[in-house]
Design a protein around this ligand. Structure first.
Ligand SMILES: NC(=O)C1=CN([C@@H]2O[C@H](COP(=O)(O)OP(=O)(O)OC[C@H]3O[C@@H](n4cnc5c(N)ncnc54)[C@H](O)[C@@H]3O)[C@@H](O)[C@H]2O)C=CC1
Ligand SMILES: O=C(O)[C@@H]1CCC=N1
Length: 280
């Protein structure tokens, strides 16, 4: 079967292999299907174990295998979704399927486009992305950056896939580890904040389900205010904070507790770790 090369295809003609369809790959794959960006016959996925492949194939309604090489052979867009330290081994496995026309899109943290190009042993387009788990609901954000052989058409194709699961930003590759520490790890920080706010609600007497709803919808609403109004968060905070009111007392506690410094340090630490991950 001849398959169109990645620089000449539209999303409708893409044959996508998701190699390493774990938590993030599975979320992307299911979101591509749910958002009708890809049909089931356009997707093949791989996982490490045969029994899991069978179960996921039945669950997702797409071909799932443990054979990375066979999956890569039938695809013109290959998503690399294994753990960062496994990328080199995966590239070794699929190298015979690569011919310089296939588009590689890695969403592994830490691994540079140059490392993937080198492992491929040929000039081929490599795009690095960093999505996050809210992609499951079409509410993700993915940053994309291009390797040296990427044409505008390749970036357009990859952007179209990731726009289907949320917003996208194109960044210089030097920012990818910072993106990882902020928006890819970020949902975990927000869940902790949400959980803590809900606990706080319980402490001041609210039923847990109501406290969780209040915390989650408040987080969603505040984020939407920042995104939709374009106002600086400080301005929006000031509008909540009545002089001598109650909010300023809450803010005093947050500042004393060092919330800002803690969050800054969290992103710094995660970014630092993202710089190291590819080494294993
Ligand atoms: N979980 C997240 O929120 C995000 C994860 N990532 C990146 O996604 C990648 C995967 O992370 P997770 O999905 O969290 O981990 P995971 O462990 O859920 O997924 C890894 C998948 O790779 C499969 N796998 C392992 N060896 C394989 C092999 N040789 N051939 C085929 N499949 C193989 C496993 O079966 C598993 O399904 C990582 O590189 C991570 O940096 C990127 C952004 C966000
Ligand atoms: O924790 C991790 O390493 C992955 C990458 C960013 C989010 N999860």
């Amino acid at each position: 079967m001849t398959i169109p090369t990645s620089s000449s295809i539209s999303v409708a003609q893409a044959r996508v292999a998701v190699l390493g369809a774990g938590k993030m790959g599975g979320i992307l794959l299911q979101a591509f299907l749910k958002q009708n960006i890809l049909r089931p016959d356009q997707i093949v996925a791989t996982v490490a174990h045969e029994d899991r492949a069978l179960a996921l194939s039945a669950q997702w309604g797409v071909e799932v295998t443990t054979d990375n090489l066979a999956a890569a052979k039938q695809a013109n867009v290959i998503l690399l979704g294994v753990k960062p330290f496994q990328i080199a081994g995966l590239m070794e496995e699929i190298r015979p399927a690569l011919d310089g026309t296939k588009l590689l899109v890695s969403f592994a943290a830490s691994v540079k486009t140059a490392a993937i190009e080198e492992a491929a042993g040929m000039a081929l387009p490599v795009i690095r992305t960093m999505p996050n788990t809210p992609s499951m609901l079409g509410a993700g954000i993915s940053a994309l950056c291009s390797g040296k052989n990427v044409l505008p058409e390749h970036l357009q194709l990859a952007s179209a896939l990731f726009e289907a699961v949320g917003r996208t930003v194109v960044v210089d590759e030097k920012h990818m580890d910072a993106v990882t520490g902020l928006s890819a790890s970020g949902p975990a920080y927000i869940y902790i904040i949400l959980e803590a706010l809900a606990e706080a609600g319980v402490k001041v007497g609210l039923p847990r389900d109501i406290a969780t709803l209040l915390a989650a919808q408040t987080t969603l609403g505040a984020a939407k205010m920042v995104l939709d109004t374009g106002y600086h968060p400080a301005l929006l905070k000031d509008a909540v904070t009545t002089p001598a009111g109650c909010t300023i007392d809450g803010i005093l506690e947050l500042e004393e507790g060092g919330l800002r410094v803690t969050l800054i340090k969290a992103v710094m630490r995660a970014t630092q770790r993202a710089r190291e991950l590819a080494a294993g």
